[in-house]
Design a protein around this ligand. Sequence first.
Ligand code: ZN
Length: 214
Amino acid sequence: MLDELKKGLAHFKTITYKKHEKLYSDLENTQNPHTLFIACSDSRVSPEILIDSDPGEVFTIRNIANTVPAYETSLNDITTVSSIEYAIDVLGVEEVIICGHSNCGGCAAVLNGWGHLTDLPYTQNYLKPLETVKEKIEKENAFKDEKTKARLMEQMNVVEQVNHLKTFPGIQEKLATGQLEIEGWYFDIKSGNVSVYDESSNAFIKSEEYKSIR
Ligand SMILES: [Zn+2]
């Protein structure tokens, strides 16, 4: 497999880098990304591929189940909050996307119980805050089928993380002055569709239809 990675490097240098040679040269000493993209570490969810972006456009954070701690518990995930701080305060990104996805292993682990995570103490501890999302799903959708519940867990998790992000005073300030926009997205792996959370209808709407209802 390592040989395959080297082949990938060769392809990057001869094709991809070549195509963006001027861009990489311009970006040598600076970056000015417009977007902070917070996605799951899942190998199927690649922000740059999803939004078809070039190098230098997107600052990314990836972790299991695309989580953001709330302000009062921010020190529980210093990696994520320090990256957010840098993106907002230093790079001055104008948009934050929090993107969940279908068949998310992190969300499934929370929804289906901790039984199979007993040998993964770090993961279990990390995912604990998602319990509140699970409780909401179980309470309001107790009789729905497992597949529906899984999707609700993944989507409501996105909403929860957007709400967490909005608890930071610095973010609230930028939202109030229109310097920042935040959207919650949901990527369906099989169809390739991305839907966007619409607060007024409390629903995820296909990205191509979302624009027209705003
Ligand atoms: Zn995931």
